[in-house]
Design a protein around this ligand. Structure first.
Ligand SMILES: Cc1cc2nc3c(=O)[nH]c(=O)nc-3n(C[C@H](O)[C@H](O)[C@H](O)COP(=O)(O)O)c2cc1C
Length: 179
């Protein structure tokens, strides 16, 4: 496991080779099996492959043009309805204070990390893209306003092999027994 974790990189240049359907299924399956609070599984994934839709999503992602080199995007959506079945009239965006939303985002983030690692294990590259705003990206994909788009993940065969990006040492981030 640590090998996939060490080997994964954010990839921002892809070949034009399409992803084999079974590999895509395997990556989605890794997301499906993620743990979540109360096992609520508050996530949805939208697979986007058409040129037109990818372009619209890319433009909503502050025009990160490198994204278009990836043949497929997976859009991860945190869905509070899985926790609060009632159609809550709540305001969902980057400033939303709602605890249920935070829990759905937390759980969906776990699923996305599973997805990134399985993609690496399948020889695929990914990059979590989070630079967009909700009210611009949701309408492109027909996502209701009470869902939170957590990330767009371009996925495909890497056309670059970046070196590992730096991480803080354990001595800086781990404490023992108390803060
Ligand atoms: C929540 C989140 C949002 C991110 N958003 C973007 C983004 O919009 N564009 C981008 O190029 N990279 C984005 N990244 C990738 C990070 O820049 C990258 O993970 C970090 O620099 C470490 O590099 P590594 O993934 O290769 O280890 C995002 C990563 C995360 C986890």
């Amino acid at each position: 496991m640590i090998e996939s974790i060490q080997h994964r990189r954010s990839i921002r240049k892809y070949t034009s080779a399409p992803i084999e359907p079974e590999k895509l299924q395997s990556v989605l399956e890794a997301a499906r099996l993620a743990p979540s609070g109360n096992n609520k599984q508050p996530w949805k994934f939208i697979v986007v492959q058409s040129e037109e839709q990818r372009r619209a999503v890319m433009e909503a992602s502050h025009n990160q043009t490198w994204m278009m080199t990836a043949p497929t995007f997976i859009v991860a959506v945190a869905d509070m309805a899985a926790r609060s079945p009632s159609d809550l009239p709540i305001y969902v965006d980057e400033n939303s204070p709602h605890w249920e939303l935070k829990r759905a985002i937390r759980d969906t983030a776990i699923a996305v990390e599973n997805l990134l690692l399985e993609a690496d294990a399948q020889g695929l590259g990914t990059c979590w893209v989070g630079f967009f705003v909700q009210y611009e990206i949701r309408p492109i994909l027909g996502i209701p306003n009470n869902k939170f788009v957590l990330g767009v993940i371009p996925i495909g065969y890497p056309a670059e092999q970046p070196a590992a990006r730096p991480r803080k040492p354990l001595s800086e981030i781990v404490r023992y027994e108390k803060w």
